[in-house]
Design a protein around this ligand. Structure first.
Ligand code: PEP
Length: 248
């Protein structure tokens, strides 16, 4: 079964109201494309205005709390994201795993909370340079992935992003063989843990310095079902060529 590609942007802690013209341009371009899903995950403060600036377009958050509500100062629940107009959320980005000490168990709880709140979810995994250089990337990332998946999920609503930490925002891209090897390995491990049907339908995106110049190659590698894009998603000029590369 062919998996429809997903190209998602992650604005991280970038963007003010004045930047929403980019979201409008990106959404208008997405409407003209065939066979590819496109989404933008913006800061919490922009979600509602991004939905207004890009009606009908998939706008998401970049994190969610795993509890439904409560005394969690500064956190945002799935219901709050949904209420603001979000349709998806990223969980387990390496920047959050590192800076906020998020474990895979927390990430799995966040993913479950997002799905229960009717949000699609992108679960991120990836290894550090030390782990890659020690030759432990495959087993480290697959263990991280299996521990980060919620108990149950529908592959229409949950995607995985493999993002080697050493490739994020560095301009270094994992080589085609490294990407194919990791994506194939992750799919086999998901098959072993959750069954062939789920593994066959699961979208596994690549993230880490994806740009217009390398998107075509990356998005046509076997087992690559899309891209999670940081820096190059901030402007339509840079993001649209990546979206186009994801077309069927
Ligand atoms: C990311 O933050 O998920 C990412 C892949 O960033 P960049 O594209 O800037 O490397």
């Amino acid at each position: 079964m062919a998996r429809r590609k997903l190209v998602a942007g992650n604005w991280k802690m970038h963007g003010l109201g004045a930047d929403l013209g980019e979201a409008t341009r990106i959404s208008m371009s997405a409407e003209t494309l065939d066979g590819v899903d496109v989404a933008l995950c913006v800061p919490f403060t922009l979600i509602e205005r991004a939905v207004e600036a890009a009606p009908g377009f998939a706008v998401g958050g970049q994190d969610v709390h795993h509890e439904e509500k409560g005394a969690f100062t500064g956190s945002i629940s799935a219901a709050m994201l949904k209420d603001a107009g979000a349709s998806l959320v990223i969980v387990g980005h390496s920047e959050r795993r590192e800076a906020f000490a998020e474990t895979s168990e927390t990430v799995a709880a966040k993913a479950a909370a997002a799905l229960a709140g009717d949000l699609d979810v992108i679960v991120c995994v990836g290894e550090s340079l030390d782990v890659r250089e020690a030759g432990n990337a495959l087993e480290t990332v697959s263990a991280q992935l299996i521990a980060s998946l919620p108990e149950t999920f529908d592959t229409d609503c949950l995607s995985v992003a493999y993002e080697p930490i050493w490739a994020i925002g560095t301009g270094k891209v994992a080589g085609p063989e490294e990407i194919e090897e990791m994506h194939g390995h992750l799919r086999r491990q998901v098959a072993a843990a959750r069954g062939e049907e789920i593994a066959g339908a699961l979208r596994i995106l690549y993230g880490g310095s994806v740009k217009g110049e390398n998107a075509d190659t990356i998005l046509h590698l076997s087992d690559v079902d899309g891209a999670l894009v940081g820096g190059a998603s901030l402007t339509a000029d840079q993001f649209v060529p990546i979206m186009k590369a994801g077309q069927a």
